[in-house]
Design a binder for this molecule. Sequence first.
Ligand code: NAD
Length: 375
Amino acid sequence: MIIGVIREGGKENRVALLPEHIPSLLKKNVAVLIESDAGNSSCASNLEYAEAGAAIQTREHILQNADIILKINPPKEDEIPSGKILVSILNPLTNTSLVKKLAESGVTAFSLDMIPRSTRAQAVDILSSMATIAGYKAVLVAASKLPNFFPMFMSASGTIRPSRVLILGAGVAGLQSLATSRKLGAVVEVFDVRPAAKEEVISLGGKFIEVEGSRDDASAGGYAVEQTEDYKKKQGELIHKHAVQSNVIICTAQIPGKKAPVLISKTTVEKMKPGSVIIDMAAGSGGNCELTRKDETVIHNQVRIIGNSNFPSKMPLDASKMLGKNYTNFLDLMIDNEGNLNLDFGDEIVASTCITRNGEIINERVMEIISLEET
Ligand code: NAD
């Protein structure tokens, strides 16, 4: 069995495996090929990979010879490994044209953003590991752009009041942002449609903003679902009230496979304090702020709106460390100790992450979306 890692390129600094992840694969009788310089922007050199036991190769060689290709971002046209296994993060619920191409190319594609959010799946949960990094980094970026201190200061030069941070969405990223903001001394408020989030917010020292009458759906697997118009109106008014008192807003609210809810209107931004910072981590799925532009910074009425959709790439060493562990744990589910492929579709994690196989799209959620698009 040969596993290949190709260089991500573009603005992506992470790599799917670091040298420290290679020995556990070699023990399984698996050879590892790394594209030359793939680890450079994650502080891992070709020499370190070679010392760990990997072979440095060209992209063409790897795409031709590896049985399994590991990638972080969805492959471009010339990176599709025809007839092979691909393990990546494909966003298949919105990236349906790529899914069709992968099926046509006979790729057995696994997308790690489709893992079930179960206790057993935590070891391969790339959504959680990357959201942890994004939530932390977002607060550091906000603090560095803010014209204020985060903590309260009492000195001979006067008293400085602590900054107020409003976090929208109390999932993994939101809770990490809450913890980081509290460590930096800010006063933090958090809003989420899921009432279950309240306890976690309070335990991390935040204040939970509650809107009565939210819709919950047990079949959504812990994720948020679309809310009623009446709820959205009440929610909009409450968020406006808290947003205009805040120095920083961290937006993380998302609904899988759907456009992110718009929670901060242009009118709200125009009423915010000059110098305030909005970090919109939902920028990749449309943004929680009406003025967000993906991967751009917009300054409106002296309010800075940062639409960074890939904070983990800004902390590439630890992001790759966590990702590599998630990827090797995932490979453990499909490769036995003698290095043979052993795909068990009775395993919930394997079954729910497999998107295409034998020239067909086999994931039910993706098929449903494609049939809706085609009608
Ligand atoms: P996510 O990235 O899908 O969304 C972020 C947050 O935004 C969620 O808390 C969601 O409720 C919230 N949100 C959506 N619409 C909103 C709106 N209109 N207004 C305010 N907030 C809104 O979330 P995530 O971090 O991927 O977590 C999703 C769920 O999975 C959570 O219930 C989390 O506890 C659970 N989870 C479980 C595991 C596990 O057991 N392995 C691991 C991670 C997360």
